[in-house]
Design a protein. Structure first.
Lengths: 414, 459
């Protein structure tokens, strides 16, 4: 099993791509160049390295293949996957801009710590996709990893943009489904709750981190004052001076502690964004359902129109009907033509309904499989995250015990 | 050295007292009026050999911290309401094996004013000894309520420490005022208080002290200048430590506020989950436990370290005051030296043209006048010489007393601050140990869970 950069990516047995190749996002670099409007811009690129699995296990360890990609290309890849696999809970990208920062953490995208955390997040994204039963075999994904030039064009050639646009329009419009699927409604609700509670947790955690930083850093002042005080004392001097050093060490230790906690925050953030992906699937299902219902509704109305024409009773209102009433009845030939047209439309409509029905059923089937898979993954990952949080807390406590025991010894020598 | 000095100190306390506060009983000339303050000197003025030996033994034992023989407790604050005012009294309980106490156990009630009085008396009697500070009369910032529970408790603790510091001091513990404070009924105490030097003599004392201060000291020995520098520096450092510690408490409290929201958030999350519900609830519980521990830890800092640091901030001021008083004693001595020299110069001056002229005007012979003048000067000079000798003695005793008590104070300070810091460090270790246990139990529960479910994680 290949564990990702953060050590918590669960890889399923029998996944296609990861069985074949090792993937990593090894480095990040700053570049400058001209953008679309011919202006100078600075951006970061990330080095994607791939290596066939067999080669490593043979012990020859060849140089990996590599190419550089920037964040926007990752975004393009993900958008493509979203449109092409609407029933999959598509792994999220690390955040575009730093959110939930506490004061010491920079909100600057160019900040080296942010870039490093993003590098790790991007690697995690690739590993998640590569271990996904459906997404890992996608050709565009493969060429993302292996073909530096012309990849963008290849993606656009798939025509996913058009689908994306129409889907986007539909998704953003408000519509109501007559017979909502209970399971998906519950899932969507769960996605809402998950997003809300993780946001809250991240916010609270960031504020607490800020405060903790303050507590530790103020102890550094002890170091300074003890040192100054030791200068005027005779017997107490040594004890004070060395105790002061431990206070300085204590103050400095918070930087590592909080950096580790950022990893935990990143793990939570991934699932914050996953919640979004989950909701997207539910929304797309709703859309599919809605389209089916629309088609069915349309078919029913057309059938009714045919019936009316055949029996001559007007039950449904139609403009044509009204105008014919006002401007005179139509000829039998005209009626004949109309009936024929309706028959064609009804045929087409039945086809459409069948199609949409199948689409819907397949969507539900595939989506539900992936949702179950996602649920298991989420339960496992988050449990691991909580465990690693506990381990972090324990480590912090151990450091604290050590520092204060040392300080106590120094104080005893005062 | 301390023992001998204490003995000698007791015999010459009244002279010491006199140099700063005006003439009192004089063992040499016996001309002045009796001190009517039922003074602190009485106990120490017993001149029978037996009692001297007693005191001698005392001091020896007192040097050994384990054989403290006066134990004082301050507790049980009670509110008293009268037509004029509302005030708090504290129960002061004393247990002692000392012979000069009529009994071995006493219980009285005292209010803050009474403590102030005692402190004043000790300082008057021993201007260059270091009296442990009392908690402040009014609270600076923050609390306004004098009768706020926390305020009363903090004050009670400080008063308790004050009395115990007095009880542990080789000289103060034998003070008659101290004994009366510990044992007298409230009526007795009130009448004893009234026996202090009267208002007018107090005025005289203050004027003398101000005059001495204005005169300033000319040749301060280096060691006292060193002490002053130390007192300044110590004052700064201990004030900084006080401020730093208060800042830590503030930051901890703000951290606690944020942390208090974490647990409930995890609990809220657990309500949306199935598999994750149990670990999330568990984590919520752990965070809440850590909150409780943090709260305790903050309370400990507030109740233990901060009061000690605060006491020593006040001590630093006491040090400076004691050094000032010593300076005044020296200034007084220097002033008297100068005055004597001037008088002698007068005596040795050949003629006083103007005065002789005047005297001849009023019909006295030059020789007569000269004789009278010389007699007068001789008398004045003798008086001044006596005064100067006394001032010199006072100065010597003041200096020695200060030096000895300074050393003693430094030892006590060192012990107090050392144990306060050790205590804080131990508390912090305990805090982290408790939090550690909380999180380890979480890990344990997850491990047994995992094993129960058949997945063993490689964490």
């Amino acid at each position: 099993q290949f564990l990702g950069g953060l050590g918590f990516v669960m890889v399923e047995k029998g996944t296609s791509l990861l069985k074949m190749m090792e993937i990593s996002v090894a480095e990040a670099e700053k570049r400058t160049g001209k953008n679309a409007v011919n202006m100078q811009e600075t951006y970061t690129v990330y080095l994607i390295e791939t290596r066939p699995v067999d080669a490593a296990s043979e012990g020859t360890n060849p140089v990996p293949d590599s190419l550089w990609r920037r964040y926007s290309e990752f975004e393009l890849l993900r958008n493509y996957l979203l449109v092409t696999y609407p029933f999959s809970v598509v792994p999220p990208l690390p955040e575009k801009r730093a959110e939930f920062v506490w004061h010491k953490l920079s909100a600057d995208n160019m900040d080296p710590d942010f870039v490093e955390r993003r590098r790790v997040g991007l690697e995690n994204f690739l590993l998640r996709v590569a271990s996904h039963p459906d997404l890992s075999s996608d050709k565009i994904f493969y060429s993302f990893l292996t073909e530096e030039n012309g990849w963008k064009e290849t993606v656009f050639e798939t025509g996913f943009q058009a689908k994306a646009d129409s889907r986007l329009k539909a998704l953003n419009a408000t519509f109501r489904v007559k017979n909502p699927d209970k399971r998906f409604a519950e899932m969507k609700h769960y996605g809402d709750e998950l997003q809300s509670v993780i946001s809250q947790l991240l916010r609270v955690r960031a504020r607490a981190a800020d405060r903790l930083y303050g507590v530790y850093k103020v102890h550094g002042n002890y170091g300074r004052v003890f040192s100054e005080w030791s200068a005027i004392e005779k017997e107490m001097g040594d004890g004070l001076q060395s105790a002061g050093h431990h206070m300085d060490a204590y103050a400095a230790s918070v930087d590592d502690i909080l950096e580790e906690e950022e990893h935990y925050a990143d793990q939570l953030k991934e699932y914050l964004f996953y919640a979004d992906a989950l909701r997207a699937v539910c929304r797309k299902h709703e859309l599919t359902q809605y389209e089916l219902e629309m088609a069915a509704q349309d078919l029913t109305s057309k059938k009714q129109q045919r019936e009316e024409l055949a029996t001559g009773t007007i039950r449904t209102f139609s403009l044509k009907g009204m105008t014919s009433k006002l401007f005179g009845q139509e000829t039998p030939e005209q009626r004949e033509a109309k009936v024929k047209m309706l028959e064609t439309q009804i045929e087409e409509g039945e086809e459409l309904v069948k199609e949409r029905n199948t689409e819907c059923e397949e969507f539900v089937k595939s989506a539900w499989v992936d949702i179950e898979r996602f649920k298991e993954q989420k339960d496992h990952d988050l449990r691991e995250a909580l465990i690693s949080y506990a381990i972090m807390q324990i480590s912090m406590c151990k450091k604290g015990i050590q520092v204060w025991n040392n300080a106590k010894e120094c104080f005893s020598k005062m | 050295m301390l023992r001998l000095l204490s003995q000698q100190l007791r015999l010459n306390e009244r002279d010491l007292h006199a140099s700063v506060f005006g003439p009192g009983k004089d063992s040499k000339t016996d001309t002045s009026t009796t001190q009517t303050d039922g003074s602190s000197f009485n106990a120490s003025m017993q001149t029978s050999p037996a009692s001297m030996i007693n005191q001698y033994k005392f001091e020896e034992e007192e040097e050994d911290a384990d054989t403290k023989d006066i134990f004082v407790t301050v507790d049980n604050p009670e509110s008293h309401v009268t037509a004029i005012e509302t005030y708090i009294t504290y129960r002061v309980e004393t247990k002692t094996t000392r012979s000069e106490f009529d009994s071995s156990e006493f219980e009285v009630r005292r209010r803050y004013q009474d403590f102030l009085w005692l402190k004043g008396r000790l300082e008057e009697a021993h201007p260059t000894l270091i009296v442990h500070p009392l908690p402040e009369k009014f609270v600076m910032k923050g609390m306004v309520e004098r009768f706020n529970e926390d305020f009363i408790e903090t004050r009670r603790r400080a008063l308790h420490k004050f009395l115990n510091k007095i009880a542990e001091h080789p000289i103060f513990s034998s003070s008659e005022d101290f004994k009366i404070f510990l044992t007298a009924g409230s009526g007795e105490l009130t009448s004893h208080k009234k026996q202090g030097p009267g208002f007018l003599s107090r005025m005289g004392e203050t004027v003398k002290a101000v005059a001495a201060a204005v005169r300033g000291v000319r040749n301060r020995p280096q060691e006292f200048t060193d002490m002053q520098e130390y007192a300044e520096a110590f004052s700064q450092k201990i004030s900084s430590l006080d401020k730093v510690t208060q800042r830590i408490v503030r930051e901890q409290k703000e951290y606690l506020e944020e942390l208090k929201e974490c647990g409930p958030t995890y609990a809220l999350w657990s309500q949306s989950e199935q598999e994750l519900a149990e670990p999330l609830k568990n984590v919520a519980g752990c965070v809440d436990n850590c909150c409780k521990e943090t709260e305790e830890q903050v309370k400990h800092l507030n109740d233990h370290l901060i009061p000690v640091l605060h006491e020593y901030v006040l001590c630093a001021d006491t040090l400076k005051a004691v050094l000032r008083r010593r300076d005044n004693i020296q200034a007084d001595f220097e002033g008297k030296t100068e005055a004597l020299a001037t008088k002698k110069a007068d005596r040795d001056a050949d003629s006083k043209v103007l005065s002789l002229a005047w005297d001849s005007l009023v019909g006295r012979s030059p020789e007569e006048v000269k004789q009278q003048k010389q007699q007068k000067l001789k008398g004045e000079i003798k008086e001044m010489r006596d005064e100067l000798d006394k001032a010199e003695d006072r100065l010597e005793w003041a200096n020695n007393a200060l030096k000895t008590d300074w050393t003693r104070w430094q030892k006590v300070m060192r012990t107090d601050l050392r144990s306060a810091f050790i205590d804080t460090a131990e508390r912090n270790v305990s805090y982290y140990e408790k939090c550690l246990a909380v999180w380890e139990s979480f890990l344990q529960s997850q491990r047994t869970d995992a094993e129960g479910n058949g997945n063993v994680d490689s964490s």
